[in-house]
Design a binder for this molecule. Sequence first.
Ligand SMILES: C[S@@+](CC[C@H](N)C(=O)[O-])C[C@H]1O[C@@H](n2cnc3c(N)ncnc32)[C@H](O)[C@@H]1O
Length: 267
Amino acid sequence: MISITTSDKQLTQQAKELAQHWGFNFSESLQTQDQFFLELTPQHLQLIQSGKHSPGPIYIDFSSGQVAHRRLFGGGKGQTMAKAVGLNKHFDLTILDATAGMGKDAFVFASLGAKVILMERSPISAALLTDALQRASMEDTISDIISRMNFIFGDARKLTTEKQPQIEDEISLDNSIPQLKEEPDVVYLDPMFPHRKKSALVKKEMLAFQSLIGDDKDSDELLSVCLHLAKKRVVVKRPIKAPYLNAQKPSLSMNMKKHRFDIYLKL
Ligand SMILES: C[S@@+](CC[C@H](N)C(=O)[O-])C[C@H]1O[C@@H](n2cnc3c(N)ncnc32)[C@H](O)[C@@H]1O
């Protein structure tokens, strides 16, 4: 089990609460033998990997860096990803990002006007993501975008199409079967793909998550569930040479340099 720690005494109680909330160990000391641990700082929650070739602290920041650059200069509704989900033609889409990860793709969709439901099953990613969403909701420049992003913790393969129960608290940790109050127009999937470790294309950050969370070997099953859930289409992001998910040929594919989007249209 991963540990969470803090060197700031004023944050000890908050770190303990996070540990209890997400099922982490609380550790008094930063001196850990663990390969991975979480650290709560006054700025954010971050994932640390120890060892020589590890990346620096990993945390999510929607207001600056790469994510902010992509929001401002990423090509808006003309970018391939926006076209793949249909945001170039429809402005009021509800998109379920069923493999939310670091929330980067979800943030792009929300910044283009979509209402996005983010689903993530790893407590580590979920903790980093909710921390980032909470912080970003207080930033004037992006708070309206964040207000269109709602997080659900759980396995998207268990989502049902039943419409009855409402999600009372979408940032809830209730492990019961998650249900959506409405069927999404689009379901977006970007499952972890088993990369060759030495590939120059694979960033250290992604490798860290891969060794911590593992490959999403059950994503074939996820596609089947999502094809039932989506009203209009399911879009799957894949490395350019990867086979189709579930060996299922999409209606069409849109290629980028390193990735492609396989689009399964619902008729
Ligand atoms: C490659 S990452 C997604 C990155 C994301 N698109 C982004 O922009 O940051 C894949 C994530 O999907 C999550 N995941 C895979 N299968 C899932 C499922 N059935 N339910 C919920 N989360 C899932 C994994 O835990 C992992 O964090």
